[in-house]
Design a protein around this ligand. Sequence first.
Ligand SMILES: [Zn+2]
Ligand SMILES: [Zn+2]
Length: 77
Amino acid sequence: MHTCRNCNQSFQTELALELHRDTCKNGELFCQLCGDRFRERDATQDGWHYDCPNEDCEGEGLKEDLYHVDDVRTATH
Ligand SMILES: [Zn+2]
Ligand SMILES: [Zn+2]
């Protein structure tokens, strides 16, 4: 069983999880340093300063290390 870390939904296959992660509403932000996705509210307290919620990652700053998934998607296509 593969579980989405953002919304805790479970999937039978890793592929199904991968597909879900692209559309998961709870994975709004993407960290370039660790490659993880997380909710916007997990990365910021005040909507101004953004930090990667992973303790062992030093990613910070919206459009510096952290990006909105939608921005990344449109930029790469
Ligand atoms: Zn999810
Ligand atoms: Zn990170």
